[in-house]
Design a protein around this ligand. Structure first.
Ligand code: AN7
Length: 370
């Protein structure tokens, strides 16, 4: 029997030469990565001038978010180092991913979560994969501070937050895939920013492939924070971050400096989108392109829609507009980072009421269909 199919999938299998693994690394994979880059005709039309917009749909990873790309590397390396347990702070997706990969690796997983601020689907993922889910009376930034303390204390746990460099290494592979799919880097890359690891990872990936001659250009990196949780945009820590996009409810991002460098070096920008803009982009994407993403993920598309509305250079609310002087027929990639089913509550709260049941008769259905 041909068994090669068993390990020819997954981020480490596909991108091994670019990752910090050796033959001695036990690969823990769930066939993550290789997510679709989906052309969005309607967004392309809205941007106009022959530009093309693509969505990198990271919700199609095994646990439903981009976190799996970094987690396969982080957990494999933790296992290689002999770890028996891992720990992370999370707004939900990191913990869901860590729990699944730790289960697969056969090691324990502790997750620290801000009480009451985790989307239900993500909490359920942590539980079902057997992680020890601990909620704290504090926000994500408090949870991350405690995880750092756990690391410093010498407790026998490996940290799998993105302060673990293996996470960023794994996540950079999304940029490789985009260059392979397009045959070139895009002109701009839009994505949501929370802890700021992903924007840093993409920038690293684009630079590595550019240096190897696999692309001739580098995209402008354009990050969007929720208006109530926008420390990088404002240039200062937000003590009490608030947003409906719970995944990016972060006031003191771990990869702040790396992200700032990515934005500066790529001539990009960081801007904000309101909760209303986020929810409206989420619904728009689901209703018009058939793609259901969680609120945080919709921040990239909300940002693009905001840019097309303003279309003007810097105003009070809009950082230097990334679409200003954008080339005709340019290519924009928006990463949509997580699946919409993780947070069904937010959609229901937004009012999608079901009508009362109708009679189970053909007359009733026939009247409905006109
Ligand atoms: C769907 O899970 O921080 O800027 O603890 O879940 O790399 O942090 C999640 C972040 C965007 C922001 N979209 O990415 C966590 C966590 C979704 C996310 C982000 C997150 P970063």
């Amino acid at each position: 029997m041909d068994r090669s199919f068993l390990n020819d999938r997954g981020v480490i299998a596909r991108w091994r030469p670019f990752l910090p693994v050796t033959d001695a690394t036990p690969v823990v994979s769930l066939n993550e990565g290789s997510t679709p880059l989906i052309h969005s005709p309607r967004l392309s039309q809205i941007v106009g001038r022959g530009c093309r917009v693509f969505l990198k749909y990271e919700g199609l990873n095994p646990t439903g978010s981009f976190k799996d790309r970094g987690m396969t590397v982080a957990i494999s390396k933790a296992l290689e180092a002999g770890a028996k347990a891992v720990i992370c702070a999370s707004t939900g997706n990191t913990s869901a991913s860590a729990a699944a990969y730790a289960a697969r690796a056969g090691i324990a997983c502790y997750v620290l979560l801000p009480a009451g601020k985790i989307a239900l689907g993500k909490l359920v993922q942590g539980m079902v994969h057997g992680a020890r889910c601990v909620t704290i009376d504090g926000n994500f930034d408090d949870a991350l501070r405690l995880v750092r303390q756990a690391a410093d204390s010498g407790a026998p746990v490996a940290v799998v937050n993105s302060i673990n460099p293996h996470r960023i290494e794994g996540q950079k592979t999304a940029a490789f895939e985009i260059i392979e799919d397009l045959g070139e880097a895009p002109d701009a890359h839009f994505l949501p920013v929370g802890n700021a690891g992903n924007i840093s990872a993409y920038w690293r990936g684009y630079n590595e492939f550019h240096a190897l001659g696999r692309s001739t250009k580098l995209p402008r990196m354009v990050g969007f924070q929720a208006a109530g949780a926008a420390p990088i945009f404002h240039g200062k820590v937000v003590e009490q971050p608030e947003t409906v996009a719970s995944a990016i409810r972060i006031g003191n991002p771990a990869s702040w400096e790396m992200a700032t460098a990515a934005v500066r070096d790529s001539h990009g920008t960081v801007d904000i989108v309101t909760d209303e803009e986020i929810l409206s982009a989420q619904r728009w994407l689901a209703a018009n392109e058939g793609i259901f993403v969680e609120p945080a993920s919709a921040a990239s598309v909300a940002g693009l829609l905001k840019c097309t509305r303003h279309g003007q250079p810097a105003s009070e609310v809009c950082a230097p507009c990334p679409l200003r002087q954008f080339p005709d027929e340019g290519v924009i990639v928006c990463t949509v980072t997580g699946h919409g089913l993780k947070d069904a509550d937010t959609v229901l709260k937004g009012g999608a009421p079901l009508d009362a049941p109708i009679q189970a008769t053909w007359e009733a259905i026939s009247a409905l269909l006109g």
